[in-house]
Structure formats: structure tokens, C-alpha cells
Design a protein around this ligand. Structure first.
Ligand code: ATP
Ligand code: MG
Length: 685
């Protein structure tokens, strides 16, 4: 294998080499799937460092998913020696934004120790704000949350949203947006979309901050550029403006995040904003067999195109694409699992060579059961890990607040969980009070001066909460910390709260069981490592603290180990599969209303669904199997499903059908006709 940068360059085709070597101006690589766009980015990073002598610290490469960022980091890591990569940024857009915010807290007007609200936190805040003036249901809250996210992605601040509101609904959402942002600020918190929006606004309005960051980042590389939204594009543009030293790579046919604000037209904007833009097209696909590539090309040719691309491969024709029709969804899952079991032997493959892709995470449930049944190891991406479960986050927040009363994030998470009637108005005033004095929220609750700012009832409620927590802390100090924590959970009746909030009792039961598992783990962790705490001096709380951080760390490490070297079948949504490749790919659920999705059909956005299918198909290197079910449970009802229109758009000659539904035997068809006539008759009678 070639290991110097010159050898690596020589391994690339002339166009790729050109893209790597061109460093004096803006560069766009526009090319189809598997043509080596990401390879250009990783090689270019090494080229910038090893040939151009650029400090790794001055380079930032960004992409969209954690998985893709991790892969890119690995690929680059393999090319760099010793300290060459020190300070290099290879991350998601959001991580880059987070780093900018961290370093610019003062300029942004935030205090140290700010919180990042996840979508659930944000929804809880919105719920409280919206309940204030009216009865609202979950759909309305979701709609407003979505609208606010759109505004933030489009770089529209509350003032503009208010003045441009087109109707009453918009006006309402804009008002909530304004209040929501005000509350976030008072809580010293940011949400997910703020991770891009805040840096952009800062760099736009603060010339000194802009100068700092332009000095810091000299070269930017962006993968999957077609999925940038307005804010993300502005971030790149602001940072790179004068020098215009950047390389972005993308494929308009793989734009699949319009629903999250992505603007594929950013590809065109780029050419307008940077007239010197060097556009390089790549046409050879190094990933897939001729058959798979032909299927992808034929399918996507049904979409209108901004740039025409041709893609060819010399990987050989390969096997035909199989289309397997199953009786129902369970048969489909069983078929996929049992086939992987036998094909692994036949193909002399590893588990990790197989990937199963689907439209929605719910499709993975049955498949998981079947894989477990056949004892096939698998890795589910994007599923909920233990520590990201709500009940575990709640319990962890209690633990964090117990050991660190200054943890405002933890305080905010659980001050009203279970419900203590402490509303957002109270919390806003509390946060302002704490902010003025530079103290933590929990500490502020203890201050007498608070009584002047808040109604008596609110002060009482806060007092009851802090009294309760203080009591638990004293008991932890005084003896058995774990027993004190267990008692706390019983006393506040967290279980009852879970029951109130779960759609079914069994769900609440399982959630409570998870919490007890966490506490058991904590206890074990304390017993297991007595030598880690320097026994004599440390108090009981300190060792609880150590145990908690060990728990979190272990979770992180386990997850990483899983990512790295485990041999497992990969289960992921088509959205999450972007940029990845696998020798054998199964695409499940090729049915109307599932792929294309019913919502997309109704909204007239089938083209985006077609791109999604294109992304899925182009993940496959050697074999591709498409599966569907004739019947599926939808909204609790067993429904007949029709094969996806996308199947009709694939080259007929390359498909090998099994159980094709429209080759229905004539007798059955006739019988159906008869019963329809009978039905009509009975209507007329
Ligand atoms: P996608 O659009 O799916 O993100 P991509 O354009 O980023 O695809 P890569 O992932 O960079 O494509 O490359 C696809 C495969 O082709 C990888 O396995 C890569 O190692 C290989 N490859 C890329 N360029 C070459 C080349 N010049 N010679 C041989 N193999 C190559
Ligand atoms: Mg790629």
C-alpha cells in the first residue's frame, strides 16, 4: 500500500489530483456517489500539511454526521505521522460551532458553564411557554419547534420573524420564538440550531471576533456540501471570505436534508459568490459493480438535474439486483436475517460486510428480534443508547446536582421533574437574579433577597425543592450514599411521574427498571474501585462523584469500542448511511407510502425520496438486495402495500424478482373480481 503523500497522490485519477493540488482559490468538486470525493478531502488534508507545510491547527474539515466525521478522522489519522495532526479540526458542523461558542462566550454574552439543550429540553421549554396563554397539543408544539428551527437554519432572528409573519399562526410562532430565545439566554443555554446560528451572528456583527477566527482557520474543507443550510453556508463564507481558500465536495443527487433546512441551491450560490470557483467533476465510480451503478443512474435520471453527471465503473458487471417480495413485514425481517446468516458463509464475508438500510427507525425493531433469534451480532446506529434515555438523563441530573449544586443544567432539567409547579416565569426571574449576582441557580434559591423578586408561592415551591435536595445531600454525607439516593427516588415518587408521562404502563415500568439499573451500576462501581479513592480523606460524596464520572466514561468508551472494531451487521437509516459503503446491502421496505414516504407523496417531495433511494443504492459495493412486504401494520392496522414506484424506475433486465406481485396468478385475480362484483351487488340490493 502506498504510504507517502506522493504515492497516495499517484493512486488518484488526474481529476482528483487536480482537486487536491489546487489550493490558491475556491474549489468545488461536484460528482456522483462513490467517485472519491471524500478521498479527495482526506488526501488534501495530508497534502496541505505535508507538502504545503500548513499547520494542522489552521485546517478545519467538516461534515454532517458523527459517523462520517469519525471515519474521516480515521482515514486522515492513517496518513499523518507523529504530531503532524496536532490541533487539526475534523468534526461535524455543529461541533465546530460548539467550539467557537466555547471560546467566544464573553463576546456572545454568555456565562461560563453554559448548557446545551437537546431537542427534548427545548420541547419542554416550549411546552411551558405555550401552555401559558392557551391550550396547546403536542402537534402544535412540534410545529412551532420545527418553525423555530427553520428560522434559525435560515438565519432569521425573532425580530425579523415577527415583522415578516405571513399569518396568525406565523405571528404566534414568532412570538413564542422571541420568548423562547429570551428564556434560553436567561438559562445561559443554547439549543442545537444555535450551535451554527450564534457563531454566524457573532462573526457577522463583531469584526474583532471575525478577525480572531480568520486568523485561526486558514483552510476549510466541507464534505456533503449539498446538505448545508443557509446558516452553515454563511459560516463557511464568513470564515473564508477574503482568502477564499476552501474545498467543498458534494453531489446534488444526494441532497436528502431539505426537510431540515438544507439548501442544495447553495451549490449554485457558491458559483455566484465566488466567481473564481474552480469546478471539478469526477466521473469514475470506484465503489460499485456496473449493475448497481446502472440501477442508481437510471433511477436518478427521473429527477430534473442542475448539472449533468455521468458515472461509470470498471468493477465488472457483478450480480443482478434481487427484489424479494414477502408476505408481511415479519416475513421480510426474517428473510433478511436468515439470508445474512447463510450468505456470510457462502460469500466468505464478515458480519460487518452486511448493512441493512431502511426509511425509518421503527423498521429496525422486528429486524432486531430476528437477528437476535439467529444470534447474529448487529450494531444499531441512531437508536437510543442507555445514557440518552430520558429517565437516565433525569436520574443523572439528580446525581449531578447532588454532587455539584452549581450545575445549572442539571438543576433546570429536574427542578420540575416530577412536576413541582415551578413555571418558566419563576425560572426566568430566578435565572436573572442568579445572573446579576454571579451565583448558581441552586444557591440563588437559598437567598432571602429572592423574596422581593418573586411571589410568595413561587419562593415556597423553590424552597421546598432545595430543602429536599439539601436533606438528601446531608444523608449522603452522613453515611450510605446509595441508600440515600434510593430513598430520594422513592420519596419524590419518580415512578408515579413516569406512569403519568408514559403512553402505556409497561413503558413506565421499563423506564423505572432502567433507573434502578443505573443506581445498581453506580453501587457496583463504588465497590469495585475502592482503591481509586484515597480512602482516608475522601468523603462519601466524593467517591459517589468518582463513581458517577466512571460510569459516564465507561459508557463513552464502550460506545467507541463498538464503533471501532466490532464485527457486526450494520443497521441504519438511509439518512444515516450517507458517505458510507458496504460490500452487501439490503434495502428494506420498498413500498409506496414507505419509500417514497406517505408524507412526501402528499407534500409533493417525491424527488427527495428518490435521492434518498439513490443514496441507499449507492452504498452497495458488490451485491444489492431490495425487499418489500405485501402487508404491513400501519397505525396499528394491517394494510396492503403496493411495490414502490422506484422499482419500476430501475432497469428491468438487471432485476431478479422473487414473488413478484403483479405476476399474480389469473385465478386469484378472477376471484378478486368476483368478490368485487358481489360487493357491488350487495350495495345495489
Ligand atoms: P459518496 O458520494 O458516497 O460520499 P465519495 O464520492 O465520497 O462517495 P469515496 O468514499 O471517497 O467516494 O470513495 C469511494 C470508494 O472508492 C472508497 O472505497 C475509496 O477508497 C475508493 N477510491 C476513491 N478514489 C479512488 C481511486 N482513485 N482509485 C481507487 N479507489 C478509489
Ligand atoms: Mg463521501
Amino acid at each position: 500500500a502506498p504510504r507517502t503523500i506522493q504515492q497516495r497522490l499517484a493512486g488518484l485519477n488526474p481529476r482528483q489530483q487536480e482537486a487536491v493540488r489546487y489550493i490558491d482559490g475556491p474549489c468545488l468538486v461536484l460528482a456522483g456517489a462513490g467517485s472519491g470525493k471524500t478521498s479527495v478531502i482526506t488526501t488534501k488534508i495530508a497534502y496541505l500539511i505535508q507538502v504545503c507545510g500548513m499547520s494542522a491547527r489552521r485546517i478545519a474539515a467538516v461534515t454532517f454526521t458523527n459517523k462520517a466525521a469519525r471515519e474521516m478522522k480515521e482515514r486522515v489519522g492513517g496518513m499523518l505521522k507523529g504530531k503532524e495532526g496536532h490541533g487539526l479540526t475534523v468534526s461535524t458542523f455543529h461541533t465546530l460551532g460548539l467550539n467557537i461558542i466555547r471560546r467566544e462566550l464573553k463576546a456572545l454574552g454568555y456565562r461560563p458553564g453554559f448548557s446545551l439543550f437537546d431537542p427534548e429540553d427545548a420541547k419542554a421549554l416550549l411546552r411551558d411557554l405555550m401552555h401559558k396563554d392557551a391550550q396547546v397539543d403536542a402537534d402544535q408544539i412540534n410545529a412551532v419547534q420545527h418553525r423555530i428551527s427553520e428560522w434559525k437554519n435560515d438565519l432569521i432572528l425573532p425580530g425579523q420573524a415577527l415583522s415578516h409573519a405571513a399569518d396568525e399562526d406565523e405571528l404566534f410562532a414568532a412570538r413564542v420564538y422571541e420568548a423562547y430565545n429570551r428564556h434560553l439566554k436567561a438559562y445561559n443555554a443554547v439549543d442545537f440550531d444555535d450551535l451554527i446560528l450564534l457563531p454566524v451572528v457573532l462573526l457577522r456583527d463583531d469584526p474583532e471576533a471575525l478577525a480572531r477566527w480568520r486568523k485561526r482557520i486558514h483552510y476549510m474543507l466541507v464534505d456533503e456540501y449539498q446538505d448545508t443550510n443557509v446558516s452553515q453556508y454563511q459560516l463557511v463564507k464568513l470564515l473564508m471570505a477574503e482568502r477564499a481558500t476552501f474545498t467543498v465536495v458534494g453531489d446534488d443527487d444526494q441532497s436528502i436534508y431539505a426537510w431540515r433546512g438544507a439548501r442544495p441551491e447553495n451549490l449554485v450560490t457558491l458559483g455566484e459568490d465566488f466567481p473564481r470557483l474552480d469546478v471539478i467533476k469526477l466521473e469514475q465510480n470506484y465503489r460499485s459493480t456496473g449493475t448497481i451503478l446502472r440501477a442508481a443512474n437510471t433511477l436518478i435520471s427521473n429527477n430534473p438535474h442542475v448539472y449533468e453527471k455521468t458515472l461509470w465503473s470498471d468493477m465488472g458487471e457483478g450480480a443482478p439486483i434481487r427484489v424479494v417480495v414477502n408476505r408481511h413485514e415479519e416475513a421480510e425481517a426474517d428473510r433478511v436475517a436468515s439470508e445474512i446468516l447463510t450468505r456470510r458463509l457462502k460469500e466468505r464475508a464478515e458480519w460487518r460486510d452486511f448493512a441493512v438500510l431502511y426509511r425509518g427507525n421503527f423498521q429496525a425493531r422486528l429486524l432486531e428480534l430476528k437477528l437476535q433469534h439467529y444470534q447474529i451480532p448487529y450494531k444499531l446506529s441512531g437508536g437510543t443508547s442507555f445514557f440518552s434515555r430520558n429517565e437516565i438523563k433525569d436520574a443523572m441530573a439528580y446525581l449531578r446536582l447532588l454532587i455539584n449544586p452549581a450545575d445549572d443544567n442539571a438543576f433546570l432539567r429536574i427542578v420540575n421533574v416530577p412536576r413541582r409547579e415551578i413555571g418558566p416565569g419563576t425560572l426566568e426571574k430566578l435565572a436573572n437574579y442568579a445572573n446579576e449576582r454571579g451565583i448558581a441557580l441552586f444557591a440563588a434559591c437559598h437567598e432571602l433577597g429572592l423574596a422581593e423578586q418573586l411571589p410568595v408561592r413561587a419562593v415556597e415551591r423553590l424552597g421546598r425543592f432545595t430543602h429536599f435536595i439539601d436533606g438528601v445531600r446531608r444523608r449522603m454525607d452522613g453515611g450510605d450514599a446509595i441508600a440515600a439516593i434510593r430513598d430520594m427516588l422513592h420519596e419524590m415518587d419518580y415512578e408515579a411521574w413516569l406512569y403519568q408521562n408514559a403512553s402505556a404502563p409497561t413503558i413506565a415500568e421499563r423506564r423505572m427498571a432502567n433507573v434502578w439499573i443505573l443506581i445498581d451500576q453506580l453501587e457496583k462501581s463504588m465497590e469495585a474501585d475502592p482503591e481509586e479513592s484515597t480512602a482516608s480523606e475522601e468523603t462519601e460524596t466524593d467517591s459517589v462523584e468518582a463513581a458517577i464520572s466512571r460510569l459516564v466514561l465507561r459508557d463513552i468508551l464502550e460506545q467507541q469500542a463498538e464503533e471501532d472494531d466490532s464485527d457486526r451487521v450494520q443497521l441504519l437509516t438511509m439518512h444515516a448511511s450517507k458517505g458510507l459503503e458496504f460490500p452487501h446491502v439490503y434495502l428494506m421496505g420498498l413500498e409506496e407510502e414507505l419509500l417514497p414516504h406517505r408524507n412526501a407523496i402528499e407534500a409533493g417531495t417525491v424527488e427527495e425520496e428518490r435521492r434518498l433511494a439513490y443514496v441507499g443504492i449507492t452504498r452497495a459495493r458488490r451485491t444489492l438486495t431490495l425487499t418489500l412486504a405485501r402487508q404491513r401494520k400501519t397505525y396499528g392496522e394491517l394494510m396492503d402495500c403496493a411495490p414502490s414506484r422506484f422499482l419500476d424506475e430501475l432497469p428491468e433486465a438487471d432485476l431478479e424478482w422473487e414473488g413478484r406481485p403483479d405476476r399474480e396468478d389469473p385465478e386469484k385475480k378472477q376471484a378478486r373480481g368476483q368478490s368485487a362484483i358481489a360487493g357491488l351487488r350487495s350495495l345495489l340490493d
